[in-house]
Design a protein around this ligand. Structure first.
Ligand code: ZN
Ligand code: ZN
Length: 294
């Protein structure tokens, strides 16, 4: 199975109509995943066999609006999604700001960034992702905003205005959030901003895991990937139960706890995906009570 991650900021005049046609295309090709559509463009992550994903790439490239779409590809053992969803949104990356994409920063290529870091040049790496993403993997010494959704990014930027004349490179998974993140920085008066072209995924593919630690969070069923396809990185997070290296997130199976925690597979199974023994016990008692009352 192959996984495709892609985006394109381009005017889509009729997102509703686009949604219908695109859903038909995805279903015809037997693909699963999620594509967001807005007036400002598309953002997708889909999985299918090699032939199915190849046919999809050709179909998208045949549309002149998407002729230059770049796909980030990965391998997966199974479909990364259970459903096929195309959703119309007001933005493909929810910023809730009036950021103007024309203000986006120029790109820096993975090779250029690696060279700058190899040479100890002054570069401030700024992670444009959410806190739970940067927690399991990030560039060494990167700034990692404590945000849980991208729309909080612009208030984070206000807290680093003392860095506005420093050389800053923003990065995210595949590049889509950096188009807006870099524009937000420039609109806040930052003067020396670039964005990592193709994001972490292309960096790992092109130059490996140098200057990187941990894994890269992904929004499909894989959960995370090693950024260098040729070698595994050491994990930087630990299982909440046994303290062994782990990077898989779970949501506590006790619904009114719902805490997000990291666990190894063994502990997750043993504790039936609860964040603590306490939660499992509460859940267990309730189940027993339900069983008695039936
Ligand atoms: Zn464990
Ligand atoms: Zn819990």
């Amino acid at each position: 199975m192959r996984n495709l991650l892609f985006y394109k900021y381009v005017e889509i005049a009729d997102p509703e109509r686009f949604r219908e046609e695109h859903l038909t295309l995805l279903r015809q090709l037997n693909l699963k995943g999620k594509v967001l559509v807005a007036h400002e463009g598309i953002n997708g992550c889909i999985t299918g066999t090699e032939a199915e994903t190849e046919a999809y790439k050709q179909a998208l490239w045949a549309d002149e609006r998407f002729a230059d779409v770049e796909f980030k590809e990965g391998l997966t053992n199974e479909h990364g999604f259970r459903k096929t969803i195309v959703r119309v949104k007001s933005e493909i990356v929810a910023s809730r700001t009036t950021v103007t994409l024309q203000n986006k920063a120029p790109y820096i290529s993975p090779a250029e960034l690696k060279a700058a870091l190899d040479n100890n040049e002054e570069v401030i790496l700024l992670d444009a992702r959410n806190n739970y993403e940067s927690r399991i993997g990030k560039f060494n010494n990167a700034l990692t905003p404590d945000i849980t959704v991208f729309r909080e990014f612009s208030s984070y930027v206000e807290s680093i205005e003392h860095l506005k004349d420093k050389p800053i490179v923003t990065y995210c998974t595949g590049g889509i959030r950096c188009e807006k993140a870099s524009a937000v920085l420039k609109e806040h008066g930052f003067t020396n901003v670039r964005q990592l072209h193709g994001g972490i995924i292309k960096y790992g593919e092109h130059v490996g895991a140098a200057h990187w630690e941990g894994t890269c969070f992904v929004f499909d069923t894989r959960g995370s990937i090693h950024i260098d396809p040729a070698q595994q990185s050491e994990l930087i997070t630990k299982c909440a139960h046994c303290n062994l290296p782990a990077d898989a997130y779970y949501n506590c199976a006790l619904v009114n706890c719902d805490a997000r925690f990291i666990a190894c597979e063994q502990c997750a199974t043993q504790l039936e995906q609860h964040c603590s023994k306490q939660c499992r016990n509460i859940h267990g008692k309730r189940a027993a009570l339900r069983a008695r009352t039936v």
